[in-house]
Design a protein around this ligand. Structure first.
Ligand SMILES: [Zn+2]
Length: 306
């Protein structure tokens, strides 16, 4: 894939990992830090060709990659860090809660500084517990990883994903960085109207929450019932993903005392089919991790509004 120049100092190289969860692939970014050093954001999956392409892209500018910043530990963003570090000798930076190998930490509220480059580090949990966003004030550019993406919807799936926390992160980004000129997300194209996009994301989450509550009031008491009702127009192959999303809303509502569990029972065959993620159809291991699908679903819980 070809290197795209997005601004004076920001470049994008898309990893060759397209899929239902990654859209056209993971966006790896390079920022020119000045003095012949580049910073890489999200090296992507472990892919030899992609790591080489990133290293060579810097080389073409007579530069080297000195730092690798990872927005979060999901398998489409972080595993490439080790390979790129071994090729370039760059330092790998992760969130304090990141479990992938890293040697330096991205502390919330601190700056990342290298040569002439300065980035704000923002804790951005919700999609993943170890998520950071980065703000490049000089270009008013916000790097959002999978908090905001240029294409498709972000999946918030428990246990790693937490809906109320995610919505808090969206609010915080809108409040602090609503005036940004651009968002560079983990997937899809760049976003030129950040405030409008953040408004849209926040409104979408509020709408889905309302739909979950309305569904419960109308007697759709289980996740499969709610998915059939709310995601009727969505391709069924994505329903297991939608089920994880609905679970995230229900957990948040439960914690707020707006929803309660009334009963737990064995899943029927039809419910099982709806909930079970068919990895052969959904593609890659990214899906399993992003969707929290490593734990199989045996029981169906019935919910009611309080
Ligand atoms: Zn991703």
């Amino acid at each position: 894939m070809a290197l795209e120049r997005l601004s004076e100092r920001v470049f994008r190289l898309r990893a060759p990992n397209p899929g239902p969860m990654t859209f056209s692939g993971t966006n790896s970014y390079l920022i020119d830090a000045g003095r012949d050093r580049f910073v890489a954001i999200d090296p992507g999956p472990d892919h030899q060709g992609h790591a080489l392409d990133l290293a060579l892209a810097a080389c073409d500018f007579g530069a080297t990659i000195a730092a690798i910043l990872v927005t979060h530990g999901h398998p489409d963003h972080a595993p490439g860090a080790a390979r790129l570090a071994s090729l370039t000798g760059a330092t790998v930076y992760g969130h304090p809660r990141s479990t992938f190998a890293h040697t330096a930490t991205l502390w919330d509220g601190k700056d990342f500084a290298l040569d002439e480059l300065r980035l704000d580090i923002i804790d951005a949990p919700g999609h993943a517990v170890d998520h950071v966003a980065l703000y490049f004030a000089e270009e008013r550019a916000l790097f959002t990883g999978d908090v905001v993406v240029g294409q498709g919807t972000v999946v918030i799936a428990p246990p790693g994903g937490e809906m109320a926390t995610y919505r808090g992160t969206l609010e915080l980004l809108r409040e602090r960085y609503g005036e940004a000129a651009r968002i560079y997300g983990g997937h899809g194209p760049e976003i030129d109207a950040p405030r409008a996009k953040l408004d849209e994301y926040i409104a979408h989450r509020a709408l889905r929450e309302r739909q979950v509550l309305e569904g419960l009031r109308a007697g759709a008491s289980t996740i499969p019932n709610l998915v059939e009702r709310i995601y009727a127009e969505v391709d069924r192959v994505l329903w297991p993903a939608a089920a994880r999303q609905v679970l995230a809303y229900l957990e948040a509502l439960e914690r707020q005392g707006r929803v309660r569990r009334t009963r737990e029972r064995q899943a029927t065959a039809a419910e099982h089919a709806l909930l079970e993620i068919d990895l052969s159809r959904l593609g890659d291991p990214v899906a399993a991790e992003e969707l929290g699908a490593t734990t199989p679903i045996a029981a169906v819980v019935e919910y009611a509004p309080t």
